[in-house]
Design a protein around this ligand. Structure first.
Ligand code: SGN
Ligand code: CA
Length: 562
């Protein structure tokens, strides 16, 4: 009797366990896989799903064909590591603490990968993180140290220590990703995979197989290449992101150091030539030989042309050189995204997988005469966003709602059926993705950029952005407001803050901005302790160009001593 009771009891337990397991399996089957593809500094102007003037990106476009293209996606702070911190935490920079690129990410933050891992997801990350420490919540990772290198890059790995891999970074990150999908992915767990490219980050070194094709191309100039910044305040005038005056001749435009010497070109900063060696100097002999075949010709042609070039010619030349290399790196990204999508298709992994393609921010491709990012002006405030989820999201659809990188964490948690922590500050994109647009209520977003003084010298500013207007406050070593009429002035050339015609709109936006800052808990009063630490860092590391702003920088440091 005793015995049979026991076996009855054990039997019931087994049935219960089986039932739970089946439920678990069903739940697992329902929970989608997530593949988060992000490139570094990939402008939406360089994705043909948005605009094919500059380049065709057929593979990235496949994601939009399968799903939704967001035409008004933006970031909360247009700079690398802070954007990544916002993505992982679902919180604005002032809450997660990662306000600039310089100090390590605070790993006591709770991130969505940690939550997914706890809930039974298998998690992996390959490529660029840029946090100054390793990511938490990942079963596997292989990440680039800091910015990483294009050729023969080093990686920090979870299980193999630090390794150096021969080859081209975009191919290698993809090889690692495919290897994980093929050999480490567990069939009985949903997965969340972060596949994070270094390209097309400065200094824009294309793969050997693309250098010839791209150094021979010519690209259409943007309308504002020769912007003189009249109509805007000090911030636009004082920024150091101009193609002609702030880009490295050698490191960026690939004028060989010896050619610079021969032509008597001084260089835009102390580390102009050093920047060239840092990247090109990593190549092995074969890589360098293939590279030289294309770039020797560029240098020969430049030597002939330079003596008679006007300033305007130089600007045009630098724009072409910039686009050839920047877009050349994107060609490899697109090919490699294609490899991953092909793998998913061939292995029946498309059906229940959310695929995201985005960038950590947008980028200037010569608009306003600029490269780099940081400003709340469109090209760097906005970011590409393409999202597919076959079976759930209708293919070839578009959304012009104001979504942000702040929203990813809650979107992924919602898709996995997990309630997001109440202190996350974004909104799930699921209603937009599944056509329940009436559930979406946001009509304005908040922005705050901090990294100043620093390289490119873009002043600290915060802003409210609606579909029609931007109200911006530059507040650190100046006190200037900018109001942009986005509909009437899509190129953002004129500040109408003091135009009486906008008095009412201005007052209304001020009110909205105050409310928004209260809602998100941002007073923008950075602690004296932080400012001190920041300025010490900048001063010790010489972390600014200081070109035309040398006096201004000296003044900022001088005033601290008082
Ligand atoms: C480097 C680049 C800058 C760039 C920052 C931040 N200079 O300092 O042009 O703005 O990174 O980029 S480089 O000559 O070293 O490439 S970010 O994407 O990491 O935010
Ligand atoms: Ca970036």
């Amino acid at each position: 009797m005793k015995h049979s009771l026991k076996s009855f009891f054990l039997g019931s337990l087994a049935i219960l366990a089986f039932a739970c397991k089946t439920q678990e399996a069903e739940k697992t089957a329902e929970r989608p896989n997530i593949i988060f593809i992000m490139s570094d500094d990939h402008a939406y102007q360089a994705i043909s799903a948005y605009d094919n003037t500059l380049i065709e990106t057929p593979n990235i476009d496949r994601i939009a064909k399968m799903g939704m293209l967001f035409t008004n996606a933006s970031v909360t702070n247009s700079i690398c590591a802070p954007s990544r911190a916002t993505i992982l935490t679902g919180k604005h920079s002032h809450i997660n603490g990662k306000v600039d690129n310089h100090f390590p990410f605070d790993t006591t933050n709770v991130t969505f990968p940690q939550i997914l891992q706890d809930a039974g997801y298998q998690t992996a990350m390959f490529g660029k993180l840029h946090f100054g420490n390793s990511p938490k919540g990942f079963d596997q990772f292989k990440i680039l140290p800091g910015q990483g290198a294009y050729y023969n890059p080093d990686f920090i790995t979870k299980n193999e220590g630090n390794i150096k891999v021969e080859g081209y970074v975009t191919d290698i990150i993809t090889d690692m990703t495919l290897d994980w999908l093929q050999n480490e992915r567990k069939a009985d767990q949903p997965f969340m995979l972060m596949y994070l490219h270094k390209a097309p980050h400065r200094e824009w070194l294309p793969a050997e197989r693309h250098v010839e094709e791209f150094t021979n191309r010519t690209f259409k100039e943007p309308a504002t290449l020769f912007d003189d910044y009249s109509g805007r305040g000090r911030a636009a005038h004082e920024a150091e992101m101009n193609l002609l005056t702030d880009m490295h001749w050698s490191g960026d435009s690939k004028v060989y150091p010896e050619v610079m010497d021969e032509l008597g070109i001084e260089g835009t900063s102390g580390w102009d030539k050093g920047a060239f060696d840092r990247e090109v100097g990593r190549m092995n002999e074969t890589q360098r030989a293939n590279w030289d075949k294309a770039y020797m010709k560029v240098n020969e042609d430049f030597k002939k042309a330079y003596p008679t070039m006007t300033e305007e010619d130089k600007m045009k030349w630098r724009y072409q050189r910039y686009m050839q290399d920047y877009l050349g790196t994107i060609k490899a990204v697109d090919e490699n995204v294609g490899r991953v999508l092909d793998y998913l298709e061939a292995n029946d992994l498309m059906e229940n997988t959310i695929i995201v393609y985005t960038s950590d921010q947008g980028f200037y491709l010569g608009e306003h005469g600029w490269f780099d990012k940081r400003f709340v002006y469109n090209e760097s405030f906005k970011t590409p966003l393409l999202m597919a989820w076959p079976g759930k999201v209708e293919g070839g659809t578009k959304s012009d709602e104001m979504v942000q990188n702040l929203d990813f964490a809650q979107t992924f948690l919602a898709a996995a059926g997990i309630e997001a922590p109440s202190d996350m500050q974004g909104e799930s994109l699921l209603p937009l993705l599944t056509g329940e647009t009436d559930k979406w209520t946001r009509d304005a977003v908040y922005y705050h950029y901090y990294e100043y003084p620093s390289v490119h010298m873009v002043k600290r500013h915060y802003a409210i952005i609606t579909k029609e207007y931007k109200l911006v406050h530059y507040y650190f070593d100046n006190d200037e407001w900018e109001l942009i009429d986005r509909k009437k002035d899509p190129m953002e050339l004129t500040n109408v803050y003091d135009d009486p015609a906008y008095a009412e709109i201005r007052a209304d936006l001020h009110k909205q901005l105050d409310d928004m800052r209260e809602k998100y808990g941002d007073s923008s009063e950075l602690s004296q302790e932080y400012i001190e630490k920041y300025l010490d860092y900048i001063q010790e590391n010489n972390s600014y160009n200081g070109g035309k702003n040398t006096e201004l920088i000296d003044k900022i440091f001088e005033e601290r001593k008082k």
